[in-house]
Each structure stands twice: as C-alpha cells, then as structure tokens.
Write a protein that binds this ligand. Structure first.
Ligand SMILES: *[C@@H]1O[C@H](CO)[C@@H](O)[C@H](O)[C@H]1NC(C)=O
Ligand SMILES: *[C@@H]1O[C@H](CO)[C@@H](O)[C@H](O)[C@H]1NC(C)=O
Ligand SMILES: *[C@@H]1O[C@H](CO)[C@@H](O)[C@H](O)[C@H]1NC(C)=O
Ligand SMILES: *[C@@H]1O[C@H](CO)[C@@H](O)[C@H](O)[C@H]1NC(C)=O
Ligand SMILES: *[C@@H]1O[C@H](CO)[C@@H](O)[C@H](O)[C@H]1NC(C)=O
Length: 514
C-alpha cells in the first residue's frame, strides 16, 4: 500500500502545481466609457463571467445590461445624452494609409464628450468606491489608465484587436514592420515591398511622431478630466502606460497574425462566442423552409445600408432578387424601398444563432472582427465588403486562407456581387476551407473566456504580477535598439582600423627609408 505513495507523490505535486489557488472575491472596475459598441461587446461577456464567479463588478459604459440584471454586476450608465455617435462610413472609405493613423487620433474627442457626462463626473468625484483591480480599454483613450492610480490598483488593458504599434511600444513588444501589419492599413502578414514601406512609415509615425502630436493632447485631456484627491502626485502618462499589468487582446493568431508576444499579453479573441440557442420561431421556420438555403447579410453595428449611395444599394437588391436562396438582412429599410420577394429584414437578429443553422450557406459581411470570428466558429464562408478600420485586413486574410472573397466598395456592382455570391456558394472549396479554419480556431487548450478570467485572477492573486512585464521597460529608445552599443562597436572598429592603418604606413615608410 505504502509502495504506491512514491508513485503518487509526483502526481499529487503536479496537481497542486497545476491548479491555481482560489482567488478571493475582488472588487473590479471595468472602465470603458468610449461609446463604441463593437469594442465593448467583445469584452462584455468577460465582465459578466467575473461577476458569475463571485467578483463584484462595476461597469462604466454606454451599454448597460438591457432588461435583465446579473447579481454582482453594477452598471454606471454613461450613454451619451444625444445618443450614440453617428459615424459616416462613406467618409472613411479609401482614406490614405497615413490618414488612418492621424484620423484615429481624433477619436479622442468622442471620449472627451463622455468625460463630461454627469454620471461619469459623479463617479470620478466619489470617494466611496474602492477597487482591487481596474480594467480599461486604452485604445485612443490612453489617459483612462490613470483610474488605476486613483484607486491604487493594478491595471488590465483591453485591446479591441491585435495590439498595434501605439500599444506595443508601451509594453515593449517587438512589432517587426516587415511582417506585423498595422491594424488598419489593409494588410496581412504577407507584404509586398510597397506594403512593407507603408507599414514601416505608419509604424514610425506611431513610434516617434505620436509623442509630439498625440500624447500631449492625451496629457492635456487627462489633466482636465482626471482630477481627484492625490492626482497631483500622479506618475506621468508614459510611466502609467508602461506599468499596465496585463493586456488582453480581442485577437487570435489562427484567424489573425502569428507573431511574438510577452507573457503579459494574452489573446482572448472569441469570448463572445457561445453554443447556439434556439432561434425565435419565425426565423427558425423561415430558414428551415428555404429549399435552396439561406444567405445571411449584416454590415454590423455601424454601417447602415440606408446610408449607402443609391446605386450601391440597388446593386445589392437587384443581385439578390435574382438568387434562388432566401436572404436575411439586418436592416430597417425606408418604406419607399421595394424589397425583393426572397428577402426578410430585422433591426436586430441573433447573428451567431442564425449562422449556426446548417441551412445558412453564406455570410455577407462588412468584415468586422466579431463577424469573422462568428463565421469561422460556425464554418460559414463569407463575402466581405469592407469599409474602414481593420475590416480590409480581416477580409484580405480571409481571402488568403480561402474561405471567402473580398469585394472592395469601388468594385461593387450588381454583376461583381452576383458573381461572387454564385461562386462562393457553388464552389465547395470555400466551405471546406471554412471548416478547416473552424477546427483550428476551436482547438485551444482553454476557452478564450476561461483564459481571460484565469489571467485576471492571476493578476489579483499576485499583487499586480509586475514580473509579467518586459525587462526592458527602464531602457530608453537608444538603449533598447542598442544604438549606444552599436555606436561604441563602430567607433572601436574605426579606431582599431585607424591605428592599424597608421601602423602599416609607419612600417612601410620605414622600409622605404631603409
Ligand atoms: C460592489 O460594487 C458596488 C458598486 O460599485 C458597491 O456599491 C458595493 O459596495 C460593492 N460591494 C462590496 C461587497 O464591496
Ligand atoms: C454577490 O451577490 C451575492 C448575492 O446577491 C451576495 O451575497 C454577495 O455578497 C455578492 N458578492 C460581492 C463580492 O459583492
Ligand atoms: C427592453 O424592454 C423594453 C420595454 O419592455 C423594450 O422596448 C426593449 O426593446 C427591450 N430591449 C431589449 C434589448 O430587449
Ligand atoms: C438605418 O437607417 C434607417 C433610416 O435612417 C433607420 O430607419 C434604421 O433604423 C437604421 N438602422 C438599421 C439597423 O437599419
Ligand atoms: C505600478 O503598478 C503597481 C500595481 O500593480 C503600483 O503599486 C505602482 O505604484 C505602479 N507604479 C507606477 C509608476 O505607476
């Protein structure tokens, strides 16, 4: 009997080594005042899961839980009084690659308006709250990191996509410009010379120009909006950004880019994906009864079909009217529009549950990250008409892997759209690639949501887990890129070469003299 113990012992040790100790219930603040639904939506399931696991979660956002309450989940509602912002996507199509970066900076103004919301002012003024951990989304609202200082709590940073250079530089993540693309200039990791040139320019702007044009604006806004007892002795914005404990990214390499990260940067893309729920009866019947299958069409939360130029809208509707499939569109058309017979519309539709239905053959999308993840999860081929931000890159990746086609807005005609739909539905290669991609995406050691919770609790258990950070944080740019060492080595070589040369000259002149 005792003989068994030595053999069991390593197993027992392994057990304690692998199972983390329980984390005490913590007070957690999620501070996401920026009114961008797609950014919030990717992380909201994580806030809810933290509450479900016994933490007391306070969520500052423009998207309070509607018509339901979750125990230990408290909303601080900062929905803009004038409603969510209207973004004119037609203005964003085809902007110059350099402008994608400079345009981004002006998103900061969206947040300034939020910071003047009465509920937010009250919340920041209050001295009654205390938090063990704060979660912020630093995308174009870097100064919200100061909330960590206010509560003297470790900070978890959320990135709405793969971290780009502006974020990477605070964490000292290598973002090699030759293959790590910027989020929003429409590139994959497979770049031509021109792509690499553009990516390098955009990278340099974020590394060196941002400090002069953008960071000062952030600092001014921080001084204006973030005053509280103790804010006088706050570290600089740069120091606070360097000090973030953990970064969770709404990205996953199997549907994105394979590149190096530090241990404190964790991919959690796909947290919003759930096993499908039964569809409402009308949708279920509609899809079940489509003998030639169904196409699902949605342009996400920002692009509204009604705002597209008339001729583009007719291209869609004319091409659709000639299809034998039924088409479900997320859209509330004007009364004046005559919809084709085979179309059903809805203002809000359970997208993931619809895509899970086996009779849905194709997803027509704007190429937003969540939509691509849902397509992959449900093994559906896609046709993407991207508009802005990361949508073009996402769709180029889809094309590269082979589970869909990209149509640029300029190329969009009744014919090009109709042909693409025909091709993707009739050629089984697209579906096959979607199935392989789905399997790769699902084959993870831990569900993305569990992984996110594990790391958040890890930071709480380990007092901010300072050791997840790069050892290079204390170095300046010259030291980090070894400019100083390189200079020293070059000088040394030059001096030795000079001395050697002098020696040779001396010896040879001696020979001549002799
Ligand atoms: C939980 O958070 C709410 C809202 O921030 C707060 O009012 C409450 O006191 C907290 N509960 C505990 C047990 O800390
Ligand atoms: C969570 O909610 C339950 C029930 O509402 C309550 O008993 C518990 O104290 C709450 N936990 C925290 C940390 O607030
Ligand atoms: C919440 O309830 C209101 C009133 O019952 C309803 O008008 C609204 O559509 C509901 N919202 C959601 C998201 O279900
Ligand atoms: C799109 O715009 C139209 C007209 O302005 C509006 O009626 C509709 O509610 C908007 N949203 C959707 C999802 O169609
Ligand atoms: C860094 O974060 C820790 C908590 O994780 C905090 O104690 C420390 O004061 C912070 N330092 C700076 C410079 O912000």
């Amino acid at each position: 009997m005792f003989a068994a113990v030595p053999r069991l012992l390593p197993l027992l040790l392994l057990q304690t080594f692998l199972s983390p100790p329980a984390t005490l219930a913590a007070n957690i603040l999620a501070f996401m005042p920026m009114p961008l639904k797609s950014h919030f939506g990717g992380f909201q399931p994580m806030f809810e899961e933290l509450a479900r696991r016994g933490h007391n979660v306070t969520v500052v956002s423009s998207f309070p839980l509607a018509n339901r309450s979750v125990p230990n989940y408290t909303d601080v509602d900062v929905t803009p009084v004038q409603g969510l912002p209207d973004i004119d996507v037609m203005q964003l199509i085809n902007i110059n690659f350099l402008m994608t970066v400079t345009n981004r900076w002006f998103f900061a103004n969206l947040l300034s308006a939020q910071m003047e919301h009465a509920n937010l002012i009250d919340f920041l003024r209050s001295e009654d709250n205390s938090f063990d951990l704060v979660i912020v989304e630093s995308f174009l609202q870097e100064y919200t990191v100061a909330i960590g200082h206010k509560y003297n709590a470790p900070v978890v940073n959320l990135s709405p996509g793969m971290v780009w250079v502006s974020i990477s530089r605070w964490l000292h993540l290598p973002s090699t410009f030759s293959y790590v693309p910027d989020c929003c200039i429409g590139m994959t990791d497979d770049m031509s010379f021109t792509d690499r040139l553009k990516n390098t320019i955009v990278g340099f702007v974020q590394m060196f120009v941002e400090d002069y044009l953008y960071i000062p604006m952030m600092k001014a806004k921080m001084s204006k909006h973030f005053t509280y007892v103790g804010s006088e002795s706050r570290p600089t914005l740069e120091q606070m950004l360097n000090n973030v404990s953990l970064t969770l990214m709404n990205a996953y390499h199997a549907v994105g880019v394979c590149r190096p990260y530090l241990q404190g940067v964790v991919e959690v893309g796909g947290m919003h994906l759930k096993e499908p729920k039964p569809l409402p009866k009308d949708l279920q019947d509609y899809i079940d009864s489509a003998s030639n299958g169904v196409i699902y069409f949605s342009f996400g939360s920002i692009v509204n079909l009604s705002n597209l130029p008339k001729e583009k809208l007719s291209s869609f509707l004319n091409a659709i009217s000639r299809l034998k499939q039924k088409v479900i569109i997320k859209w509330v058309p004007d009364k004046s529009i005559k919809l084709p017979q085979n179309v059903k519309v809805g203002s809000w539709l359970p997208q993931n549950d619809i895509l899970a239905h086996p009779n849905v053959k194709l997803f027509i999308t704007h190429g937003g990250l969540h939509s691509i993840e849902e397509a992959v999860y449900n093994e559906k081929p896609v046709i993407g008409i991207p508009f802005f931000a990361d949508q073009i890159s996402n769709m180029r990746r889809v094309e590269k892997i082979g589970y869909g086609k990209l149509i640029t807005f300029d190329q969009l005609t009744e014919e090009s759209f109709g042909n693409a739909v025909e091709e993707v539905i009739s050629n089984p290669a697209f579906k096959d690639k979607a199935m392989i991609q789905s399997q790769v995406f699902r084959d993870q050691p831990m569900k993305p949501l569990d992984r996110a919770i594990y790391w958040i609790e890890y930071v709480i258990r380990n007092g901010g887990a300072q050791y997840l950070k790069a050892g290079s944080i204390g170095l300046n740019t010259a030291q980090y890129f070894l400019f100083d060492v390189t200079l020293f080595l070059l000088l040394s070589i030059a001096i030795f070469a000079w001395l050697g040369y002098c020696g040779i000259v001396k010896v040879s002149s001696k020979f001549k003299a002799d």
